[in-house]
Design a protein around this ligand. Structure first.
Ligand code: 2P0
Length: 331
């Protein structure tokens, strides 16, 4: 048995009701303000550091899981059957392997993203969080948010942060089995906060984040500085959130993203996700801020830019970035 299956079975065995005909779950996408980049355990997706994200409310994933006839899983994404050899179906089936009651037991999975595909918010995080919820519903396990977060993490690290709305901190934990590595919501509301997605390039990224972060841990000589930087950024960000200090939140968020991209650039071979358009967008933000607009950005493992600002400044932000898709994380 793999370690991941052993951990999953430890959480769910002995629980549950007779299987339903289908289980359903939904989960929000999340954008990290302090980023996750690097694992201490690749099979269990255990991170080197904690991270902190904001969930995107209704934007995310919905998943329905039901037992199937076989002789293989049937995986659907946005109403389209997925080829079994494709990345999406292979990752979904590998995740289902953690839960099958017996070998040769098959599932049908219908996944739907409630994020416009080109919005730049799509991620595996909401998909695996919704899948964990759908399995919990199918089997009636009645798991806690913390247990669901651990299960979702086994599918994708950042999925640990997609079980709740609002600000969610993923505790790195230290246990070898990862039972203390889960997402927890901060007791904070910030209704005026807005996040904007600026899509600059929808093409597939040259290096996936799974491969990229592994490469950084192994070859980037500055990686040893990263845990200390993240610890300081997490403390400063939690303080900014508690005080609803937009400038402090923006400063920490933008600086942390740039530090992560510096790590990527110093990885061997180097990983540079920014395109000329990315740098131009960054300069637009800096110039606007110089002129008094409280606007900051963050970037993930790709060339697109996400903006952070407050509702009162939305019109000015739209003026600068006409195609921006704006989300109100607190509804
Ligand atoms: C994050 N990223 O904190 C960071 C910032 C990308 C850059 O989490 O291998 O898809 O499934 O654990 O969660 C993307 O990594 O990686 C990610 P796995 P995941 O949002």
């Amino acid at each position: 048995m793999t370690t991941a299956r052993e951990v999953a079975q430890r959480i769910v065995s002995g629980r549950g009701l007779p299987e339903e005909t289908a289980g359903r779950g939904r989960a929000p996408a999340n954008i990290a303000l302090v980023k996750y980049w690097g694992k201490r355990d690749e099979e269990l997706n255990l991170p080197v550091t904690g991270s902190l994200s904001i969930s995107l409310g209704p934007l995310g994933s919905e998943v329905e899981v039901s037992p199937a006839e076989g002789p293989h899983d049937a995986i659907w994404l946005n109403s389209a059957p997925q080829p079994l050899t494709g990345v999406f179906a292979r990752r979904a089936s590998a995740y289902l392997d953690l839960f099958r009651p017996a070998p040769g037991y098959w599932y049908e999975v219908k996944a739907r993203n409630t994020v416009p595909t080109a919005a730049g918010f799509a991620s595996s995080a909401s998909g695996f969080a919704a899948m964990a919820r759908a399995l919990d519903d199918l089997y009636g396990w009645g798991l806690s948010i913390r247990e669901l977060s651990v299960l979702a993490r086994l599918g994708s690290g950042s999925a640990a942060r997609s079980l709740q709305d609002g600000f969610v901190e993923w505790h790195a934990g230290s246990a070898p089995d990862g039972m203390d590595s889960y997402g927890e919501r901060l007791p904070a509301e910030w209704p005026e906060l807005r996040m904007g997605a600026v899509v600059l390039c929808a093409a597939e990224k040259p290096v996936g984040s799974r491969e990229g972060m592994k490469r950084s841990v192994e070859t980037c000589e500055f990686y040893r500085e990263w845990p200390g930087r993240v610890a300081a950024d997490l403390a400063a960000l939690k303080d900014a959130i508690a005080r609803k200090d937009m400038a402090a939140l923006g400063t920490v968020t933008e600086g942390n993203a740039l530090a992560m991209h510096a790590l990527m650039a110093a990885t061997r071979p180097p990983i540079v996700y920014a395109l000329p358009e990315t740098v131009a967008a960054m300069r637009t933000v800096w110039a606007a801020r110089q002129e008094g607009l409280p606007l900051w950005f963050t970037m993930d493992a790709g060339p697109n830019v996400k903006l952070l600002f407050e509702a009162k400044d939305e019109a000015r932000v739209r003026g600068l970035f006409p195609g921006v898709q704006v989300v109100a994380p607190f509804g």
